[in-house]
Write a protein that binds this ligand. Structure first.
Ligand code: GLN
Length: 538
């Protein structure tokens, strides 16, 4: 076993308390003291990965460079730490059982009954230590999805119990994140749900070292002492996590509360250097003191749920701060744009993004929004499906190919300008089979893309089955509508642009997966800049 230290983050009382943000914030504080940190997420559901889930279930599916389809919390980890995650950073129950069952079929447990304990828990423990054993990290933070007491979380909680035993108490910390509800009728914050949840954890043989309390109101000293007493932790291990305006404030709040200090003390570690959050603070200062503001329309079919387009929203925050511009995002349901008056719905926007997506629902609304952006010279960024629809819009409305479509929406389409990639045609299984992860793209010079990236070869993350059909290259593209980037090996169209327009860019990849606080994405920066310019000089 390596000398890596482990931090486990569990959740109590309710889901959606923001374990991912707390984990990422703690990691940020440790990173800012020169520790090498990574975060991994263990999800108790049975899907092998979230790639087959629709965003209404758990929000956006995040994609890593190595092509893993993962939980959106990995996006937070990358955005906070500016460090890449990989397949190993997200494990689900489905993946754990899949590999145990494969081992069983190979005969690795020959003669034995395969059981949750020890076989499933051993598999979980092995995966929990994979990144730590690489020797690349001083500290590994492991976030356990779900809430303690859930039936499906039990094997994970038991694995954590065993891990602590194996590692030794000074090499592991358990942080339990709970909710302190405020009863307005009584005018009081209540600690009982937290007491119960800590007790549930204890019943599984784990005593929390630190309680992070999500709350809408300040916890007073008396309440903190009461919590410490009932939850069997030191007073300084009661950490308040109060509601804040932006998730990017959370590292500072956690620092004020001393979360990193309690953790390091428990792990018997000394800071490798004094905490340095200067670049983080510089970002926050820019974020909170915008000189301008713009309204950006985000057209998608999952807009009811904020988390569906998490990475796009965060990328706009990063790019906004960089441009000293507040970006107000107006969510527009693509289905509603099919029936309403487009002009009325979009006329107040300074920029339009058409989101990624799958399937037919709302497609015509997306195309209508793109037509509006093109004709009215509104800065436009089309992402993945948004790029594909930009091609269809141009083919139909400008080139005159009225029947142009994607074979995703119309299998027998007579003008399939967007078609299944050759490599996808023989694939029948849906899980993990798209074109995924990082691929190179060569940029054409004198394009908006080249100006934004300031280089000629880029690498971006992908998640799609369909592509521009190169049989239509000559028919669709002209002096104005151009291919601005292609994959050097396959010739696949990666970026399209409209030159007869202030800023109109469609990308087959997902730039939003690579924007971080310290490295905002060039395309989002350029898009925000163009939208601001449009607002200032209409
Ligand atoms: N549905 C399209 C495809 O599979 C676009 C995917 C996406 O937007 N991520 O190619």
């Amino acid at each position: 076993m390596s000398d890596t230290k482990y931090i486990f983050v569990t959740g109590g009382v309710t889901s959606s308390l923001g374990k991912g943000i707390i984990a990422a914030s703690l990691a940020k504080l440790l990173q800012a003291q020169n520790f090498k940190v990574t975060i991994q997420k263990f999800d108790p559901y049975i899907n092998v990965d979230p790639g087959t889930l629709n965003p209404y279930e758990h929000g956006e599916c995040f994609v890593t460079d190595d092509g893993a389809e993962t939980d959106l919390d990995l996006g937070h980890y990358e955005r906070f730490l500016n460090v890449n995650t990989s397949q190993a950073n997200n494990v689900t129950t489905g993946r754990v059982y899949q590999s145990v069952i494969e081992k069983e079929r190979k005969g690795e447990f020959l003669g034995k009954t395969v059981q949750v304990i020890p076989h499933i828990t051993n598999e979980i423990k092995e995966r929990m230590q994979l990144l730590g054993d690489s020797g690349d990290y001083d500290i590994v933070i492991t976030e356990i999805g779900g809430t303690v007491g859930d039936i499906e979380s039990l094997p994970y909680i038991e694995s954590v119990r065993q891990m602590i035993w194996d590692l030794g108490r000074e090499n592991a910390v358990v942080i339990h994140l709970t909710l302190i509800p405020f009863l307005s009728a009584a005018g009081e914050l209540k600690t009982k749900p937290t007491q119960h949840s800590v007790k549930t954890l204890m019943e599984s043989g784990i005593s929390a070292d630190i309680i992070v309390c999500r709350t809408e109101h300040e916890l007073n000293e008396e309440l903190r002492e009461k919590l410490a007493l009932f939850c069997n932790v030191k007073r300084e291990a009661i950490i308040q996590s109060i509601d804040v305006d932006t998730i990017y404030d959370v590292p500072l709040k956690m620092s004020d509360e001393g979360l990193d200090k309690v953790v390091l003390e428990k792990l018997k570690l000394k800071p490798k250097k004094a905490l340095d959050l200067s670049s983080w603070n510089a970002f926050l200062t820019q974020l909170k003191n915008p000189k301008n503001s713009i309204k950006v329309g985000l057209v998608g079919k999952y807009v009811e749920l904020q988390d569906s387009y998490k990475s796009i929203l965060e990328s706009l925050i990063h790019a906004g701060a960089e441009n000293e511009t507040e970006v107000e995002v107006i969510s527009l349901h693509s289905e509603h744009l099919e029936t309403g008056n487009i002009q009325e719905s979009l006329k107040f926007l300074d920029g339009i993004i058409v989101a990624p997506g799958f399937g037919e629902r709302g497609i015509e609304g997306k195309i209508a929004a793109i037509a509006y952006a093109r004709e009215n010279k509104i800065p436009f960024l089309g992402i993945c499906l948004g790029m594909q629809m930009a091609v269809i819009e141009y083919a139909r409305n400008h080139v005159g190919l009225a029947k142009a479509n994607s074979t995703e929406m119309e299998v027998d389409c007579s003008v399939p300008v967007i078609d299944l990639m050759e490599s996808q045609k023989s694939i029948v299984k849906k899980g993990g089979t798209m074109r995924l992860g990082a691929w190179d793209c060569e940029l054409k010079s004198n394009t908006k893309a080249a100006a934004a990236y300031q280089k000629s070869t880029i690498s971006e993350r992908h998640r799609h089955r369909y592509e521009f059909n190169n049989d239509y290259l000559d028919q669709i593209f002209d002096q104005n509508f151009i291919v601005a980037g292609t994959n050097p090996e396959t010739g696949l169209v990666e970026i399209v642009e409209n030159k007869n327009h202030p800023w109109f860019v469609g990308v087959q990849f997902h730039p939003e997966y690579k924007s971080t606080v310290s490295d905002p994405h060039p395309l989002f920066k350029a898009f925000v800049k163009a939208s601001l310019a449009k607002k200032l000089n209409p």
